[in-house]
Structure formats: C-alpha cells, structure tokens
Design a protein around this ligand. Structure first.
Ligand SMILES: [Zn+2]
Ligand SMILES: [Zn+2]
Length: 146
C-alpha cells in the first residue's frame, strides 16, 4: 500500500501514513471551531502506529474538551496550520485534519458530532452564489486573499 502524505501550509511539517485510512467525522464543537478558524473540523482517524512525522516538529497544545477528556492538538509554529489531534483516551489513533492531506479525495466522512453547537453558517445553502474560482476584486475570495 502506498503511503499517504500530508503536511502544513508552509511545508516545514510533513507526515506520512501507512495503513488503512479510517472514517472521517465533522465536529461542530466550539474548540474545533476556534482551532480551525472555520465552522467545524473534519478529522480523519488513522492508526497511530502507521503515522510518522517526517519533517519538522509540530507544537502540541493540550486542553480539556467539552467531552471532559483531554485532547492534544499538534500544529505548525511557522504557518499555524493545525495538523493532527491525539487523545490519551485513544492512544492507538491519531486524527489528522482532513485538509492537511495531499490527496483530500481519500477523506470519507461518516458522521458529525456536537451538532448542538453547530453555527448556522456551517451548512452551505444550496442557492448561495458560486464562482468556479475567486470572485475577482471583491476581497472575500480564497486562493490568495482571506
Ligand atoms: Zn507550516
Ligand atoms: Zn470538536
């Protein structure tokens, strides 16, 4: 099986994974909203034994989650990208941020949690205006601007 690669925005942190890619889940909890800067987190469960940081050294931040269990979030200190989360309660797994994967098509979401704290803008209305690329000079597109 070919290894799966991933890493942060500035590429100072790179990881690889050998093994079966586990289920992915959306999390709408407030901690995930804050640490991703987005509406929710998408985490992909991987076997810790097959996960290895190849390059760089992510910084770890540990906090007690709303669930009452402590979670450690690992991120790049240079570009700030969140990379993965680990939990002493589930030491055989790591949960990588879905967007950090080189090939995001392997992500298979199977459930969402903490929907009680989901924000209304976590769900994209079907009628929302869409642009195949940036919107131009309006200042709110991604891929270069905020
Ligand atoms: Zn980085
Ligand atoms: Zn969460």
């Amino acid at each position: 099986m070919d290894p799966v690669g991933g890493g942060c925005l500035c590429r100072r942190i790179r990881y690889e994974y050998r093994g079966e890619v586990g289920p992915a889940a959306y999390c709408h909890c407030e901690d995930c909203r804050r640490c991703t800067g987005g509406a929710f987190n998408v985490g992909v469960r991987l076997e810790a034994a097959g996960f290895r940081v190849l390059l760089g050294e992510p910084k770890a931040f540990t906090k007690t989650a709303d669930s009452g269990h402590s979670l450690t979030r690992h991120f790049c200190t240079d570009c700030g990208s969140p990379i993965y989360t680990s939990s002493p309660r589930h030491p055989t797994f790591v949960y990588v941020k879905a967007g950090s994967l080189d090939d995001p098509t392997i992500v298979k979401p199977v459930y969402q949690s903490w929907t009680s704290s989901a924000v209304t803008w976590a769900f994209i209305p079907s009628g929302l205006s869409g642009y195949e690329k940036g919107r131009g000079n309006q200042g709110l597109e991604s891929g270069g601007n905020p």
